[in-house]
Design a binder for this molecule. Structure first.
Ligand code: G3I
Length: 374
């Protein structure tokens, strides 16, 4: 049994832990807006973790068991570390604490369909099959996005050709995973951050027009009529101009009879984010009131580097707790963290996740456990 990190002892918000929670040494982990632009990939080998001998599970609490008991999908985005023989703790942590999995990059257009003539499903299949074997639900991410497109998409010159290519892509991917993936982010980040939040310029908007969104959903629905189809975006977590724009977008889709079933709110946040002040729960509720499912799909909460780490860890835990509470209060369908450990995060410098570089649970882990057990 490992000792409790001093950070935890000082956190009043964690004082009433009644779960028999044994936390290991927690280490540390800001910016509301995730730029949709690619960031440098994190190194794939974690030297800190690689030198660790096989270790017991990080905690005697399983978030997965708590989430199962509440009927909540609790997920994590995964990358190639899942198959790294030098880092078995990654898979162990994933399987112990999460009942859902998202491929961080493997199911994007460029990941599956870089060659126009043929899909390459190998890596994504490996992730999906591993998840299915471990009894985990897979969220499919993402079918149509302006980012991570292969070069050939940009060579297309006409609406007809791009519409057909998009429909073929959506149909091919959804059909391939039909028996194993029943939740899809069909369109990702189509609303821009520009004043008034119009649709974002992209090959799809520019060549096909705004109806590319409806057409993508229709193609996904035709390929798997039982799948739950989501629109997914960032900086839409609270009540604000951008979430208003997404609300109007999906309301219009519903009015047109487009098969949309849910909205994903990414929640790439930092420790300054005030979940209550931003009215996250009220925002989620208005989408629920449209009859849609909601999920928090890419949660991470960056620490502000200039501040003392202990205080930041407490603030990070509070943001995670408040987000999950808002989610549970509206009977959300899922809560997904964008990665497993800080080391593997797309913004590792901000230490934004609930496990530290060596898989020890952080105060944010305890906050989620406590909230799930409430
Ligand atoms: O696969 C190549 C590899 O072969 C090459 O050696 C390496 C060199 O940098 O790049 C690798 O690809 C990178 C990939 O991540 C895998 O690490 C891409 O350059 C990089 O752009 C890509 O970044 C991803 C980004 O989406 C763009 O697809 C991030 O990992 C991923 O966390 C991020 O996730 C997005 C969500 O999909 C949508 N919401 C925002 C979120 C954060 O931007």
């Amino acid at each position: 049994m490992r000792s409790v990190h001093p950070a935890l002892k000082t956190l009043s918000l964690l004082a009433p832990l009644t779960l028999g929670l044994t936390l290991g040494a927690a280490r540390a982990g800001g910016g509301a807006a995730p730029p949709a632009t690619p960031t440098p990939a994190a190194p794939t080998t974690n030297p800190a973790a690689a030198v660790q001998p096989a270790r017991p599970a990080a905690s005697n609490v399983s978030l997965r068991a708590l989430a199962d008991a509440r009927g909540l999908l609790l997920g994590a985005a995964v990358n190639q570390t899942l198959f790294d023989p030098d880092e078995p703790e990654y898979a162990r942590t994933l399987n112990r604490h999460f009942n859902a999995v998202v491929a961080e990059n493997a199911m994007k257009w460029a990941g599956l369909h870089n060659n126009r003539e043929a899909f390459a499903f190998g890596f994504a299949d490996a992730i999906v099959n591993t998840a299915v074997k471990n009894g985990q639900t897979v969220r499919g991410h993402t079918l149509v996005w302006h980012d991570s497109l292969p070069p050939w998409v940009y060579t297309i010159q006409t609406r007809e050709e791009l519409l057909r290519a998009m429909q073929d892509h959506v149909t091919g991917v959804v059909t391939h995973f039909r028996d194993r993936v029943r939740i899809w982010d069909v369109v990702n980040e189509a609303v821009s951050d520009a004043p008034g939040h119009p649709l974002r310029p992209s090959p799809f908007l520019n060549l096909i027009g705004p109806d590319f969104i409806d057409e993508a959903f229709r193609a996904a629905h035709a390929a798997d009529p039982g799948a739950k189809l989501y629109y997914n975006d960032y900086n839409t977590d609270g009540l604000n101009g951008k979430s208003d724009a997404v609300y109007e977008l999906v309301r219009g889709m519903l009015a047109r009879g487009v098969p949309i079933h849910g909205v994903g709110f990414q929640a790439h946040l930092n420790t300054d984010f005030d979940v209550k002040g931003a009215q996250v729960q009220a925002n989620l509720q208005r989408f629920r009131d449209l009859g849609l499912d909601v999920q928090l799909t890419e949660v991470d909460v960056q620490l502000r580097p200039a501040r003392p780490e202990l205080g930041e860890l407490a603030r990070q835990a509070a943001v995670y707790r408040d987000l999950l509470r808002a989610c549970l209060n509206v009977r959300c369908a899922g809560f997904v963290t964008w990665g497993v450990t800080d080391f593997n995060s797309w913004r590792a410098g901000g230490k934004p996740l609930i496990f530290d570089d060596v898989y020890d649970p952080k105060p944010a882990f305890a906050a989620l456990a406590q909230e799930l057990a409430r």
